[in-house]
Ligand binder design. Structure first.
Ligand SMILES: [Zn+2]
Length: 444
């Protein structure tokens, strides 16, 4: 997700207040000094609360969803593991969908289930066995606009938004980012004459909010392949036309994606990726492998989530910096590396134009708890303070060496969830830079 200062394409009724003046991200020459966009929260007032402090039973391995937009009926198949230490039930969030039937995918027989509430959330409890479980759920879903929220499918926006914990508006799920799943999606019957755009398969474990689909009359721009064979496209609404210099932008984005693949590690969400220029509620949203941006300025940030935020995801909402701080840093680092700039960020950090540490008041990381706070607890701070922390660390460690350290960490955890403390311990073991002190300076 990208909090975005450029409201030119914004169609959602969100307020953006600029903390301080903005960047020339879109017009600066490649490799110019980084200029992160810093904005205050555009937190939707109607944001749902996480299932704070509640652990739902079951580890979802795969979800295979079929959605019919005409009938608003859906069917989803699940493979869920129940560890021996768990209870013999699978629990899934279902607030926002209307469950019709739970049944065995082998026998077709109905499986007993019931629902209960946790705060505003509704949870479906399904009879299960310890070990592997396969079942399907038939349910109805609806346009999220009917209840005025920004979660789920929006007919007016012509796409979906599940971040941070809105997955149950579209399918029974675990919104806990620690429980990643491999997902398949089939969407049928879009409005007449409109083209559906979504990935049919997300082949590695990813957080529940990554799943998305969009539709409209869109034009596709082919940006070619990276050295690793990943194909990149850009999609824009045909009636709006391409942004200025879009072909050059996509060529630069392809090179940045290639740098991330070559430097940080292989991309794990397939070999066909795309940027969709469309309203998405936040300025940008990391729906890999097809991410959404309202302004193409957000493209590098959203692409970088393929490595941090999605590729390696946060284990708890208190660790949101693993997602947003790292993606913001890589969106600064990738164009610098391509411009052969490796001399660190001292000048930028001391210029007064970049993020500033606020020891004791950073509010960017809450290491003591896990999912006792929601995603918005650190939301205002993770972009600036997280990228500031990584910029100073990279400067002291050496930018190129730090690329390698990030790669080592990514390769150790790709497809999994981590706490920020794990990164700090991992990095601390490889350097004499006092990373714990830096974390206190920038994050706590
Ligand atoms: Zn982001």
């Amino acid at each position: 997700m990208r909090r975005e200062g450029d409201s030119g394409r914004r169609r959602m009724p969100v307020r953006l207040l600029l903390l301080f003046g903005l960047s020339a991200c879109s017009t600066a020459p490649v490799g110019a000094e980084p200029s992160p966009l810093i904005t205050k929260s555009n937190r939707p007032k109607s944001a749902t609360q996480s299932l704070l402090g509640t652990a739902l039973s079951g580890d979802i391995r795969t979800i295979d969803i079929h959605l019919d937009l005409a009938t608003r009926h859906a069917s989803a198949r699940y493979a869920v593991d129940l560890p021996a230490t768990d209870r013999p039930v699978v629990e899934l969030e279902v607030r926002g969908v209307d469950v019709k039937r739970v049944y065995s995918t082998t026998s077709g027989e109905t499986i007993p289930s019931s629902t209960f509430k946790v705060g505003k959330h509704e949870v479906l409890r399904i009879d299960a066995q310890l070990g592997a479980n396969d079942f399907a759920i038939d349910y109805d879903f609806s346009d999220d606009a009917h209840n005025g929220t920004e979660r789920g499918w929006s007919v007016s926006r012509q796409n979906t938004l599940l971040w941070p914990d809105g997955c149950s508006a579209l399918f029974p799920c675990h919104s806990d980012p620690n429980d990643g799943a491999e997902m398949k999606l089939e969407v049928v019957n879009p409005p007449a004459g409109m083209q559906l755009i979504y990935p049919a398969h997300i082949p590695a474990d990813s957080p529940s909010y990554m799943l998305a689909f969009a539709y409209g009359n869109m034009s596709q721009f082919d940006a070619g392949h990276t050295r690793s064979g990943t194909h990149l496209s850009g999609f824009v609404y045909t009636h709006e036309g391409a942004p200025l210099d879009y072909a050059e932008h996509l060529e630069q984005l392809r090179r940045e994606f290639e740098w991330l693949e070559d430097t940080i590690g292989p991309y794990i969400f397939g070999n066909d990726v795309a940027s969709l220029v469309m309203p998405n509620g936040y300025g940008g949203m990391e729906h890999h492998p097809y991410w959404y941006v309202e302004s193409i300025q957000a493209d590098t940030h959203e692409a970088a989530h393929g490595w941090f935020g999605n590729g390696v995801r946060e284990a708890c909402w208190e660790d949101l910096v693993v997602s947003e701080g790292f993606a913001e840093y890589l969106s600064i680092r990738a164009p610098r590396a391509l411009a052969d700039k490796h001399d660190g960020y001292d000048a930028f950090l001391s210029s007064g134009r970049g993020p500033r540490p606020r020891p004791g008041k950073n509010g960017a990381w809450l290491p003591k708890t896990c999912n006792n706070e929601d995603a918005y607890a650190t939301f205002n701070n993770v972009y600036s303070q997280g990228s500031g922390f990584l910029m100073e660390l990279a400067t002291r460690y050496g930018e190129r060496a730090f690329d390698q350290l990030l790669s080592d960490f990514y390769l150790a955890h790709a497809g999994g969830a981590v706490r920020m403390q794990e990164f700090i311990d991992f990095a601390q073991a490889r350097t004499t830079v006092d990373i714990r002190a830096l974390a206190e300076k920038w994050l706590l």
